[in-house]
Structure formats: structure tokens, C-alpha cells
Write a protein that binds this ligand. Structure first.
Ligand code: GZL
Length: 346
């Protein structure tokens, strides 16, 4: 582990931790490049380019690990296939990179290749989704979102909404477009909804994966509408699915919006990075978006600076996030007795 100036990494880490986690803000890459340090080589295995969230995440990583910041980044796009990511990690090991950063497609199937990285004494940082491994020492640390909390905040918002509008639980008919099955984002957001369905007695009409893409979101929503007439809420696990679902709803001659009593279909979503989705939010076509912040580049950089400095970062590093909504009556939600503000977007 190379030693670098303590001041540089402390300043970097404090700068990152103090930055508000705003998906609408652009986190500037934090300059490091201590004068006495050789270039740090980072192998980054990204899972794909399925969504606007993913593209923003990749841009943030490439920007943070630039040559001017003192890094060489070897970037590999897994194109939504774990096998491609495993191949990339093995290539990084062969190239003897200083660090491996992995954004895993799904949680399982990583034990062998992470063991190979550990045997090669290459620290691995997991970013965004989690890995489910038999030995947690196979990776150094993780940074990302609390996806179950995102789902629970959304469910709390929905419960407040139907309660304020006097809509009985049995009249809440939810179509659920899930993300990539087995991904941490899907597992957490799905659990948040399914626990609320059991707790509040809502009607979960149908669930199917839209794989976090606009095309599948449109296809799944169209099939839901063909099979079910009573849907009045659509819970999309990312904005690209929501955009596709809205297309399908309007193509079927239905209206999207929060006026469920008048037959509108209310759409809620996750991410808050897609310009079209934020525009739909302002128009009221999407009623609530749970922020999922993609700008992990500076955060991963801070973790590597800590390691470069010979210090041990926290194992799990959560990003704090908000809710965006176009419904002015709901200004905060509570989960486990903790209040979370809702940012009203007009
Ligand atoms: C969440 C991330 C998810 C986003 C989707 O951190 O893994 O994957 O919510 C993206 O938009 O495709």
C-alpha cells in the first residue's frame, strides 16, 4: 500500500462526506494526485448501460478516475452479463491493477473470482448493488444506496397519499414493474412494496420484471393493461421503466396522474436522474420519485484514497437520499420512526 499525503486524503474524504447526495447536482471529481505518488491503476467492471442511471454512474466513475487526478482507469462494460464481468475481473488480475471496482449485475456467483482477486492481493471495492458471498473479507468495502429504505419510503408516501385521499386499501390496485431480478436494487425495492402490501392490505395486481429498461417497461405495462382493468397505481423500480409504462398507458387511451378517484393511473418510480422522468414529475405524470444517487465516482475515489493512505475505510458506506414529489400535501415520510423530507417539485 503506497503512502500518500494524509492531508490530501482527509480533505478528500471530508469533502465527499459533506457533499449533499443530490442526483440533480453534479459532484465535481475531487482532485488528489499527490505530487509524490505514482499513478494508481483501477480496473472498473461496470454491469452495463441499461438505464440513464447507469450511464450517469459510469460518467461519474470515469471523471473521478482521470489521468489528471492521478489514475489510470481500465473500464469494462459487462453488457448485462455476469460472465463478461468475471472475465473482466480476471483480466484486471492478470494486469496486476492496484484496485478492482465492481458494479455487480446481481448478488450471487462472485465467490470464486473474488477469491482469485484476494489471492492476488488486489483490494476489491463493490459499488452500487451488493454481492452475496460466503466470506465478506473477499471484498474490502461497498458504497451505494439502501434500496430497501428507498422502497419503504415510497410505500410510506403511497400510504399517506391514499389515506389523505380517503381511498380504502382494498381499492388500491398496484401493478409492479420490477428491476433486474436478483439485483440488490430490485430485491430491496420489491421488499419495501411487498411488506407494505401485507401491512396495509393493498391489492397487488401483478408483478413482472422490466429489467430497468424503457422498452421492457412499455411491454410489461401493455400486457398488464390487457389483462387487468382495475390497475390504478404503477410502482416502477426505475425511471426508464416508468417512461415506458407511461407510453403504454397513454397508448391504451388511459390518463396518468394522481387523481385516482377520477380514473387516472398514478405512477411512482426510483432514480431521479433522467431528465424526461423529472419533467414528467413536474407535469404530474409521475407522482413520486425516490432518489437513487448514481454519482459514486468521488465516493469510490475517497475510499481508494483512504486505502492508499494505509487506513481502513468503513465496510459499508450508505448514500443519503431524498424523495421528489409533485403532490404538495405530503412533505415528509416516516420509516421506523425516522422522518425523511419530501422535496416538492413544481
Ligand atoms: C440502483 C441501480 C439501478 C437503478 C437503475 O443503484 O443499480 O440500476 O435504479 C439501474 O436505473 O439500471
Amino acid at each position: 500500500m503506497r503512502k500518500t499525503a494524509l492531508t490530501a486524503s482527509v480533505l478528500l474524504l471530508s469533502a465527499i462526506l459533506s457533499v449533499g447526495c443530490r442526483s440533480s447536482a453534479v459532484s465535481e471529481p475531487v482532485k488528489t494526485n499527490p505530487p509524490d505518488r505514482k499513478t494508481v491503476t483501477v480496473g472498473f467492471s461496470q454491469l452495463g448501460a441499461e438505464s440513464d442511471w447507469r450511464k450517469s454512474n459510469t460518467e461519474s466513475m470515469l471523471e473521478a478516475f482521470s489521468a489528471e487526478n492521478g489514475y489510470t482507469m481500465i473500464y469494462k462494460n459487462g453488457q448485462q452479463k455476469q460472465s463478461n464481468q468475471v472475465t473482466a475481473l480476471r483480466m484486471f488480475i492478470q494486469q496486476e491493477v492496484d484496485y478492482i471496482v465492481l458494479a455487480p449485475e446481481t448478488e450471487t456467483g462472485w465467490d470464486f473470482v473474488l477469491r482469485e482477486a484476494k489471492d492476488a492481493d488486489i483490494p476489491v471495492i463493490i459499488v452500487d448493488r451488493r454481492v452475496d458471498v460466503s466470506d465478506e473479507s473477499l471484498y474490502c468495502c461497498w458504497v451505494g444506496s439502501d434500496f430497501e429504505l428507498e422502497g419503504r419510503k415510497m410505500a410510506s408516501w403511497l400510504n399517506q397519499f391514499v389515506t389523505k385521499k380517503g381511498i380504502s386499501a382494498s381499492d388500491v390496485h398496484i401493478a409492479h414493474i420490477q428491476g433486474t431480478l436478483g439485483s440488490t436494487a430490485q430485491l430491496g425495492r420489491t421488499k419495501g412494496l411487498e411488506d407494505a402490501v401485507r401491512e396495509f392490505g393493498w391489492d397487488l395486481v401483478a408483478s413482472e420484471s422490466g429489467d430497468f429498461t424503457e422498452v421492457r417497461g412499455r411491454e410489461v405495462m401493455a400486457s398488464f393493461l390487457r389483462e387487468h382493468e382495475d390497475i390504478n397505481v404503477v410502482y416502477c423500480e426505475n425511471d426508464n421503466e416508468a417512461i415506458g409504462a407511461i407510453d403504454a398507458i397513454e397508448a391504451a387511451g388511459r390518463r396518468v396522474g394522481s387523481d385516482i378517484a377520477k380514473g387516472e393511473i398514478m405512477v411512482v418510480s426510483f432514480d431521479g436522474i433522467n431528465a424526461q422522468a423529472m419533467s414528467y414529475l413536474k407535469e404530474g405524470k409521475i407522482s413520486c420519485i425516490a432518489e437513487c444517487n448514481p454519482l459514486h465516482g468521488p465516493r469510490v475515489q475517497a475510499l481508494i484514497e483512504t486505502l492508499e493512505d494505509g487506513r481502513t475505510p468503513s465496510k459499508y458506506n450508505y448514500v443519503s437520499e431524498t424523495l421528489f414529489s409533485s403532490v404538495p400535501e405530503i412533505k415528509s415520510v416516516a420509516v421506523d420512526g425516522i422522518a425523511y423530507d419530501v422535496e416538492i417539485v413544481e
